[in-house]
Write a protein that binds this ligand. Structure first.
Ligand code: MF3
Ligand code: CO
Ligand code: CO
Length: 323
C-alpha cells in the first residue's frame, strides 16, 4: 500500500527558476508497477485478458434504446462520476499518481465493476492521470507526486454490468496561477456549451464549432489529435466527436451515447508522444486541461450520465436521471 502523502521529493518535483512553464520541472516517465487484479466474479470487457484493442469502427455508433440499456448506462455513468468525486478528494500535495490509481482501482472493484483502462490496448493501470503539460493518457506512477499549483486530469472509466461510463475533470492542486485557473474554467465552459447544443438532428460538427469558438475567444488552443467517441457496450466506437472546427458529416440521433472531452492548451496544440505509447504531452511544455462527460441523447436535448451527484445540475436544459 502506497503511503497517502509523502514528503515532497525535490529531485522529481518542485519548482526551480531554470525549469519550464510555471517554473515546474518537466514531467518524465516513471516506473510502471504491475497490473492490479480484479475479483473473479467481476464481468470483464473482451480485451481484459488479451490487451487487444477492439476493432474501432467509426460507423458503428452506440445507442441506448431499450430500458435495459438506458438503466445500464445510467448506472455505469453514476458510478464513474462517484469514483471521480472520490479521486478528486485524494488530490493534494504529496500524493502520488500511483496512490490515486490504487484507490480508484479499489473502489471500482468493490462496486462490482471493472476499471475500463486496465489492459485496454495494454494500458497498464486502472485510471489515466494527466498532470500539467500532459494532454491525456498519463500513466500513474510512484515516481510522480502532486505539488501545490499543479493541475491533474483524472479520467475514470468503469465497466459495470456490460456498460462503460467515461468521465474526467481537471483538478486544481492547492493554489494555481490565474492563467492556469482560466485555462481550466474555459475548458469546463466549452464542454458545458457543447453539451447544451446536443439534441437530435443537430450536425455532429457543431460540437467542435462551439468548443473552438470559446477557446478562440480566450486565445487557447484546441487539441485535434484526441477525440470524443461513442461509448456504451464498447469503450470506444463511432461517432467520432472532434473538438476543433471540422466538416464532419452526420447528425446527432436520439438514443446515441457518446462522450465530449475537449483538451485546451495555453500554448501549442502539438503533442509529443512518449515511448510508452500512451503519454501525450504538449510539444512546448505549456499546460493543458481537459474535462469529459458521457451523454445520452434524449428527444429534447441530452442527459449527462456522468454528472457528479455532489455537484449541481447544469441548468434546466438537462434531464437528470431519475434515481
Ligand atoms: N478514458 C479515455 C477516454 O476518454 C481513454 C483512456 S484509454 C486508456 O477516451 F487505455 F488509456 F485507458
Ligand atoms: Co472518453
Ligand atoms: Co475518458
Amino acid at each position: 500500500m502506497e503511503q497517502a502523502k509523502q514528503k515532497i521529493d525535490n529531485t522529481m518535483n518542485a519548482r526551480r527558476d531554470d525549469a519550464g512553464y510555471n517554473n515546474r520541472i518537466a514531467l518524465k516517465p516513471g516506473r510502471v508497477t504491475e497490473m492490479r487484479k480484479v475479483y473473479d466474479d467481476i464481468l470483464k470487457p473482451h480485451y481484459a485478458d488479451t490487451g487487444r484493442l477492439p476493432p474501432y469502427d467509426d460507423r458503428r455508433y452506440q445507442y441506448a434504446r431499450t430500458e435495459e440499456d438506458v438503466r445500464g448506462m445510467r448506472e455505469a455513468g453514476l458510478l464513474a462520476a462517484q469514483v471521480l468525486d472520490y479521486a478528486e478528494s485524494l488530490c493534494e500535495p504529496g500524493v502520488t499518481t500511483e496512490f490515486i490509481d490504487e484507490r480508484v482501482h479499489m473502489v471500482i472493484i468493490d462496486a462490482g465493476a471493472y476499471p475500463s483502462p486496465l489492459n485496454y490496448g495494454q494500458f497498464p493501470k486502472s485510471v489515466c492521470t494527466s498532470l500539467n503539460e500532459c494532454i491525456c493518457h498519463g500513466i500513474p506512477t510512484p515516481d510522480e507526486q502532486l505539488i501545490d499549483g499543479d493541475i491533474i486530469n483524472v479520467d475514470v472509466t468503469v465497466y459495470l454490468n456490460g456498460y462503460h461510463g467515461d468521465t474526467s475533470r481537471t483538478i486544481r492542486v492547492g493554489k494555481v496561477t490565474d492563467e492556469v485557473e482560466k485555462l481550466c474554467k474555459v475548458t469546463e465552459d466549452a464542454l458545458e456549451a457543447a453539451i447544451k447544443i446536443v439534441r437530435p438532428g443537430v450536425p455532429i460538427r457543431k460540437i467542435g464549432a462551439t468548443i473552438h469558438e470559446i477557446a478562440d475567444k480566450h486565445k487557447f488552443g484546441v487539441v485535434d489529435k484526441f477525440v470524443g467517441h461513442g461509448v456504451g457496450k464498447e469503450f470506444h466506437s463511432g461517432p467520432t466527436i472532434r473538438h476543433h472546427r471540422n466538416n464532419d458529416f452526420g447528425d446527432i440521433e436520439l438514443g446515441m451515447t457518446f462522450t465530449i472531452e475537449p483538451m485546451l492548451t495555453i500554448g501549442s496544440t502539438r503533442d509529443v508522444m512518449w515511448k510508452d505509447g500512451w503519454t501525450s504531452c504538449t510539444a512546448d511544455g505549456k499546460w493543458t486541461a481537459q474535462c469529459e462527460h458521457t451523454l445520452l441523447v434524449t428527444e429534447t436535448g441530452c442527459e449527462i450520465l456522468t454528472l457528479s451527484p455532489a455537484k449541481k445540475v447544469l441548468g434546466d436544459h438537462f434531464i437528470r436521471a431519475k434515481r
